[in-house]
Design a protein around this ligand. Structure first.
Ligand code: HEC
Ligand code: HEC
Ligand code: HEC
Ligand code: HEC
Ligand code: HEC
Ligand code: HEC
Ligand code: HEC
Ligand code: HEC
Ligand code: HEC
Ligand code: HEC
Length: 373
């Protein structure tokens, strides 16, 4: 190993310099706020700079599906671009006119500062001819002249909250105006739409609360857990897939915007959902185990289980639900046969039935019709 001459003085100097720079940066700088509030054009950044700073928008929602040769590919139509943005009609204030973002900002300085970091508003600010800075608020909130005159009157502006006066359907229409199709193809009629959810129950485009997806909470799982606490609790059980560890999300299996499969599964069947990650369970197998082919949920509880490997019941009871009268009869739970009995039975000890029937999901071995190999 080579040893470099080392002078502690240099390091100290460097450290001091760092501290000084840090202090300088922390000092309140007049104009910083004003700069954030101003349209992007005046900040000295080019449109290209800002475009690069915006979050990646392809969330890969259908990547796995598109790669899977067994599934129909999904065409995720791109959103209507910002520069083609219309000002949506507010059904509760049909006569209102657009007043421009400058007017909104005059009263909503705080919201403006927060929203300046958000995907939509930042993009509108660099948008081309039709949208541009002036459309930055009203493209979502609708024309604001009546609201600006009388802010206390409910419904004069499109509000995205449940007590803001705007009907939920009018709220979702705004977002769907640009985001119909793709993953939201089945929004209308979906369970979430039927139960009166608005896009803003899961999304908050007014600030950057999540790294991607414009979500209302820092992560997808926190968004879903805010209502589905029972499901989230199941993931705390002894056996669970690594969702609490942050390696999976509810949306790996579900599309919250609506699907043709109950309950909001992204694929046509439960098994297709599982094969997306557990491809080896698809087979084909020389000897299939019928319940595996039929539905993984015959034996597994996806969200979590207190049995090993997400099983719905402990072995041997799991198997005995279906196999009672086999060549080795399964009336095993006799006092004598238990682990502390007079003649303990190996079929209910250790790995139980799996000691011998090891390849329970199916076998490709010529001598594996009973899943021994
Ligand atoms: C004027 C058109 C327009 C409107 C209105 C609009 N969006 Fe967007 N939105 C876009 C564009 C353009 C993108 C970026 C490109 C893309 O993702 O396809 C985007 C991106 C998104 C994304 C993806 C962000 C990411 O990180 O990938 C979400 C989520 C989103 N919008 C939600 C909403 C919600 C919720 C509303 C209603 C409150 C809304 N949008 C209203 C045009 C619009
Ligand atoms: C004259 C000041 C003023 C102007 C101009 C103004 N607002 Fe407001 N706005 C307010 C006040 C005050 C409230 C709170 C009203 C309340 O709580 O009853 C409000 C509330 C809102 C809300 C929430 C409504 C709800 O019920 O949840 C939205 C959204 C909103 N404004 C958007 C806008 C937009 C977009 C513009 C520009 C078109 C704008 N405002 C212009 C003063 C203003
Ligand atoms: C992409 C659509 C979109 C754009 C663009 C947008 N808003 Fe919003 N705004 C929303 C949604 C959705 C909510 C509801 C957020 C929530 O759940 O609290 C909201 C909420 C608000 C509120 C109510 C207070 C709050 O934070 O909940 C105000 C005020 C507001 N927006 C003002 C503005 C102003 C001013 C602009 C322009 C700088 C703007 N909005 C641009 C979608 C948008
Ligand atoms: C129940 C919660 C929920 C509701 C309601 C919801 N979303 Fe989403 N949305 C999500 C989540 C979670 C993601 C991230 C998806 C992912 O990463 O696979 C997302 C992603 C998106 C994206 C970006 C990825 C894509 O598919 O293009 C857009 C755009 C979007 N939502 C728009 C909307 C619109 C518009 C509405 C209202 C009609 C809406 N969402 C309602 C939870 C929701
Ligand atoms: C604002 C509350 C809310 C949020 C947030 C929410 N949901 Fe739901 N979800 C509901 C309601 C209400 C139902 C209907 C329950 C019922 O009918 O029993 C439902 C039903 C479901 C169902 C069952 C569908 C069926 O056909 O039975 C699934 C799956 C689901 N949600 C997944 C999700 C996922 C994934 C997320 C996060 C992206 C999410 N939900 C976020 C309220 C919510
Ligand atoms: C590995 C895939 C997978 C993941 C991850 C997943 N689910 Fe599910 N979910 C399923 C399957 C499969 C079903 C069908 C269960 C059934 O029919 O009994 C289901 C059913 C549901 C249901 C309706 C039936 C019920 O059990 O109440 C809800 C609600 C739900 N999931 C919400 C969620 C939420 C919220 C998350 C994230 C915390 C999540 N799921 C994560 C696969 C998954
Ligand atoms: C998005 C990918 C993904 C999907 C989809 C998926 N899984 Fe998993 N699954 C995982 C991961 C990751 C693990 C953890 C593997 C490990 O720890 O080695 C896992 C583990 C398991 C385990 C073993 C758990 C244990 O405690 O050892 C079972 C059983 C399982 N999954 C069943 C299913 C079923 C049934 C489905 C379909 C409803 C499914 N999985 C869908 C990713 C997925
Ligand atoms: C007849 C009951 C049964 C059915 C149906 C079933 N499994 Fe299993 N599965 C088991 C048992 C038992 C274990 C534990 C095996 C062990 O410990 O060696 C297991 C373990 C697993 C594991 C973790 C160990 C491994 O082999 O990777 C995964 C992943 C898994 N199953 C996925 C699936 C999928 C995906 C399906 C649907 C295609 C499915 N299972 C259907 C009984 C079943
Ligand atoms: C949901 C019902 C169900 C469960 C649970 C189940 N099986 Fe099966 N199993 C079947 C069916 C149906 C067949 C096919 C019987 C046939 O073809 O005659 C089968 C076939 C078998 C066979 C081959 C029998 C033959 O005649 O070739 C073995 C061995 C077997 N299962 C063992 C197990 C074990 C061990 C478990 C527990 C881990 C288990 N099964 C759980 C329904 C089930
Ligand atoms: C010590 C090893 C061993 C254990 C433990 C074991 N089996 Fe078997 N099992 C076998 C053998 C060997 C056969 C094949 C018998 C034959 O082909 O005549 C068999 C056959 C079967 C069959 C097919 C019977 C038929 O009629 O063709 C089923 C079903 C079965 N076992 C279920 C189970 C269940 C359920 C358990 C747990 C309660 C279990 N086995 C535990 C060794 C075992």
């Amino acid at each position: 190993m080579r040893v470099f001459p080392f002078r502690p003085g240099t390091l100290l100097c460097a450290a001091r310099l760092c501290v000084a720079i840090g202090l300088l940066a922390a000092l309140p700088m007049p104009g910083v706020l004003a700069q954030q509030a101003a349209p992007a054009g005046s900040s000295g950044l080019s449109q290209g700079d800002i475009a690069r700073m915006l979050p990646a928008t392809d969330m890969g929602a259908n990547d796995a599906r598109n790669r899977d040769p067994h599934l129909r590919p999904v065409s995720d139509s791109p959103a209507t671009p910002f520069d083609a943005a219309p000002i949506p009609k507010n059904p509760l204030a049909p006569d209102a006119d657009a007043v421009g973002a400058k007017t909104c900002i005059a009263c909503h300085a705080l919201e403006n500062v927060q929203a300046s970091h958000s995907l939509h508003v930042a993009s509108f600010r660099v948008g081309a001819a039709h949208s541009g800075p002036q459309a930055a608020c009203e493209t979502c909130h609708g024309p604001g002249s009546l609201h600006a005159k009388n802010p206390a009157a409910k419904g004069t502006i499109i509000a995205f909250t449940h007590d803001g006066g705007t009907p939920v359907q009018a709220q979702t229409q705004v977002c769907l105006g640009c985001h119909a199709g793709g993953a939201r193809q089945h929004w209308l009629g979906s369970v979430h739409e039927n139960r009166g959810l608005s896009c803003s129950d899961c999304h908050n485009p007014m600030a950057r609360l999540s790294p991607e997806g414009v979500l209302a909470k820092p992560s997808i799982n926190e968004v879903c857990s805010s209502c589905h606490q029972d499901i989230r609790a199941k993931f705390n059980r002894r056996s669970h897939m690594p969702l609490p560890e942050g390696q999976m999300a509810c949306t790996d299996c579900h599309n919250p915007h609506g699907t043709i499969t109950k309950p909001l599964l992204k694929t046509d069947t439960v098994n297709e959902t599982c094969y997306a990650c557990h491809a080896e369970k698809r087979g084909p197998f020389l000897f299939e185990h019928a319940p595996v082919r039929q539905n993984c949920l015959n034996c597994h509880d996806v969200h979590g289980s207190n049995q090993q490997t997400l099983l719905v019941a402990p072995i041997p009871m799991l198997c005995q639900q279906c196999h009672t009268m086999t060549q080795h009869p399964n009336d095993l739970q006799s006092a004598a046969g238990l682990g502390n009995g007079v003649s303990p039975d190996e079929r209910i000890m250790g790995r139980g039935c799996l000691t011998c029937h090891t390849n329970i999901h199916g076998s490709n071995n010529p001598s594996g019709p009973k899943f021994h190999k």
